[in-house]
Write a protein that binds this ligand. Structure first.
Ligand code: ASP
Ligand code: MG
Length: 406
């Protein structure tokens, strides 16, 4: 019998009614017939509430304490889901991450899975036609400490379990119909994408379209675990995410993503000599700030300007450290600017089609939208623009690439 792994996100199990709906869906899937393993997230809001509770106790909980706390959210949802299935005549068991054999490293609150023990209890239950409900987002270290896999980590549990069990299908149920050509709240003509490659989804996720935890898509790519992102609120087919195939290159742009709440910093007159950039970015790294686009201008009279972008919230954090780094290398003033957004067009077809950048820039110019920065990768072109114009830009670019006819 074929094996299906399903993952239900927090909104799918947010109320007893929704848990009952999920239970019916799991049972229907089993009766198709299939063996079913379901991975469940904490009820929506539960993880945030637990984090808030911890904050009210102390500003400095240890990672081990946080993981012991956060792992409870998924256990609640898992137990309730199993109960709901059994209450309507099914046969299900709840398993914690460790009962399912998930072994991780010991980096608390963002552990990596490095093994799923073969002598876990899953196989035995499946052989007895029992539905296995596994708590997402959690595992244990080889020495038995509870760990969690980073926010959104139930996706990773589902992909890793699918890979370990060599499941025939992996379905990720969420509160949206799939991956769209752009955020439908911004571009009303946005269309659901039928098929997308791992790399495209990763680029879209890193550019703001967070349907899935990025680490789980990286894992899926590494171990080639195709999956479908679909809604638990209806029966529509979702978006298939899989390895790239030849035909996929025919579509030049698969989607557009918009990331708001960005900020830009320019350090003027940086001495154009080895070590300047190293000093600046080491300072930023030490404050744990994730920098996105970095641009260095041509040098004029021995100095150059360096600009970079990051999340707006990080702007305050870098202040004093950056001032002292800049002055220690003899750079000039620092100009900070928020109210910017990043618009990215993504598609593996870009590798074999020319004119993508030209079309993107033309559509922005038609809307009198100024481009402040440009960055490219093999399958993405990103521009930094005024945040207030982001929605207008997204609509123009979406129609320039005919994405409404997806
Ligand atoms: N409950 C965890 C979170 O909110 C994991 C997940 O939902 O995937 O991040
Ligand atoms: Mg989630």
């Amino acid at each position: 019998m074929s094996l299906i792994v399903q993952k239900y996100g927090g909104t799918s199990v947010s109320t007893p009614q929704r848990i009952k709906k999920v239970a019916r869906h799991i049972l229907e899937t089993q009766r198709t017939p299939h063996s079913v393993v379901a991975v469940v997230s904490a009820m929506s809001g539960a993880t945030n509430s637990l984090i808030q509770l911890a904050r009210e106790i102390t500003g400095y909980p240890t990672g081990r304490e946080m993981d012991a706390l956060l792992a409870t959210g998924e256990q609640v949802a898992t137990a309730l889901t199993a109960m709901a299935i059994n209450a309507i005549g099914g046969n299900a068991v709840p398993l914690t991450g460790w009962q399912a054999g998930i072994v991780t490293d010991s980096i608390h609150t963002r552990a990596r899975i490095y093994d799923i023990l073969p002598h876990n209890q899953i196989h035995e239950y499946l052989q007895r036609d029992t539905i296995v409900i596994i708590a997402g987002f959690q595992g244990q270290t080889p020495s038995g400490q509870i760990t969690t896999l980073g926010r959104g980590g139930s996706d990773l549990t589902a992909i890793a379990i699918s890979s370990a069990l060599k499941a025939d299908n992996c379905e990720i149920y969420t509160d949206v119909d799939g991956v769209f050509t752009c955020d439908p709240r911004i571009v009303s003509e946005a269309q659901k994408i039928g098929v997308i490659s791992y790399d495209e989804l990763l680029e879209m996720a890193s550019s703001g379209s967070k349907v899935m935890q990025s680490r789980s898509v990286e894992f899926a790519k590494k171990f080639n675990v195709p999956f479908e992102v679909r809604s638990s609120l209806n029966n529509n087919r979702g978006t298939i995410v899989k390895e790239e195939t030849a035909g996929m290159e025919d579509v030049v742009v698969r989607g557009i993503s918009i990331e708001k709440n960005q900020a830009k910093v320019t350090i003027c007159q940086v001495p154009d000599c080895p070590g300047s950039a190293s000093h600046i970015f080491h300072t930023l790294a030490a404050t744990n700030i994730v920098v996105d686009i970095i641009i260095q201008n041509v040098s004029v009279a021995g100095t150059t300007d360096i600009s970079f972008t990051m999340n707006k919230e990080d702007l305050e954090k870098i202040g004093p450290a950056l001032e002292s780094a800049a002055s220690s290398i003899g750079a000039g003033k620092i100009v900070k600017h928020d109210g910017i957004a990043k618009l990215s067009v993504v598609g593996i077809g870009m590798r074999s089609h020319s004119g993508v950048a030209a079309k993107l820039f033309e559509s922005l110019s038609q809307g009198s939208i100024n481009i402040q920065m440009i960055s490219t990768s093999e399958i993405k072109i990103a521009v930094i623009i005024d945040e207030e114009l982001a929605a207008k830009a997204a609509c123009l670019v979406h129609s320039a690439f005919n994405l409404e006819k997806n």
